[in-house]
Design a protein around this ligand. Structure first.
Ligand code: GDD
Length: 332
């Protein structure tokens, strides 16, 4: 690797960026970690900033501001740009469809334009998503050639971004790659995503802090892996000579119900006494089933996920249990 490669990473308060920044700093990059002013206080961000000393540069910027994005690219002259900033909660995107389009769609065009104009050799990573596929037949394993039919404002905005990367690749020779990532979770996952709701919720019930875990559609089926494995895949994509799109997934599925049951078993609790359903967590249109086929990433990138949904949930539960057990006793 050339001395002191420079990378811009957006979405720095988030789970994925926290792992990616750690990886890049470890590999000797100078990292420019972008976050909005309003999200700077997030714990993942502070964790990264504390850990990474002088190789990590915290940048306050809004990715939906085109002049901010182009100034940053012009000034930094990055070798790599990882676009992880997004309004990433699918359910919430139904409540704020227009701002979702700005953050998850238009912001990608601003970044691509900045790269085209000021750093045309910079490699670009776009966080695409399995939400692009929408409603598919149960049992199918989805790959890079499967049809995209998004069912949420989030999915539609991400599809626009996905298409723009391919357009800039073909039209201007930009080295833009999209990772079509299936669900990826960790001990740092936001508390409003279902795996973390389950692991933290069950841990809190176990410790007597709460009576129930309240969920929406527990019949949904997902392919869950560990975020640390997936950010390594992102980095691998940008080390290739040619840009391309890759599915990252485990190829294994479980329903939300099975995930909850598994975590309740770890906690030695009876699932039926632990959960409640509240329709407010149901979505206007659901994606009932997603399972990925990561064969291409395995073959071309040599990528291998280290966790499946069970080992992932066990890590998450143990971490949340340790936290809950330290909290003052509040119920029982
Ligand atoms: N969040 C949430 N909260 N989801 C619930 C709940 C609940 O209380 N109860 C059931 N679910 C169901 C959702 O309806 C969905 O079918 C499934 O659990 C997973 O929901 P999330 O964890 O919110 O993830 P997601 O699949 O919608 O989207 C995540 O993965 C995508 C693919 O990687 C997000 O991280 C997206 O940003 C990402 O693109």
């Amino acid at each position: 690797m050339k001395d002191n490669k420079k990378a811009i990473v957006t979405g720095c308060p988030g789970q994925d960026a926290s792992y990616l920044c750690e990886l890049l700093v470890e590999k000797g990059y100078s990292v420019y970690g972008v976050s909005r002013r309003s999200t700077r206080e997030n714990s993942n961000m502070l964790f990264v900033e504390n850990l990474t000393n002088n190789r990590y540069n915290a940048v306050t910027m809004d990715v939906t501001d085109p002049s901010g994005v182009s100034d940053l690219v012009k000034n930094v002259q990055p070798d790599e740009y990882y676009n992880l900033a997004a309004m990433s909660h699918v359910g919430q995107s139904f409540k704020e469809p227009a701002s979702t389009l700005m953050a998850d769609g238009m912001a990608v065009t601003y970044a691509l334009e900045a790269i085209k104009n000021y750093a045309p050799n910079c490699k670009f990573y776009q966080a695409s998503t399995s939400e692009l596929y929408g409603k598919v037949e149960e049992g199918l394993k989805l790959d890079e050639n499967s049809e995209f039919k998004p069912r949420s404002p989030y999915g539609a905005a991400k599809m626009y971004a996905h298409n723009m990367v391919s357009i800039y690749r073909d039209s201007y020779g930009i080295h833009g790659s999209c990772g079509i990532l299936f669900n990826h979770e960790s001990e740092r996952r936001g508390l409003n995503f279902v795996t973390r709701k389950i692991t933290t919720g069950v841990a809190r019930v176990k410790c007597g802090h709460e009576r129930h875990v309240v969920l929406g559609n527990i019949d949904a089926i997902r392919d869950w892996g560990h975020a640390r494995d997936y950010v390594y895949g992102m980095w691998l994509m940008l080390q290739q000579e040619n840009p391309d799109d890759y599915v990252l997934a485990t190829g294994e599925t479980a329903s939300v119900r099975e995930a909850l049951n598994y975590v309740c078993d770890l906690a030695e609790l009876n699932m039926d006494e632990v959960y409640k359903i509240n329709p407010k967590f149901m979505r206007p249109a659901e994606v009932p089933y997603l399972c990925g086929d990561p064969s291409k990433a395995k073959k071309v990138l040599g990528w291998r996920p280290q966790h499946n949904w069970k080992s992932l949930l066990e890590l998450m539960y143990k971490s949340d249990y340790r936290t809950a057990a330290r909290e003052v006793y509040t119920y029982r």
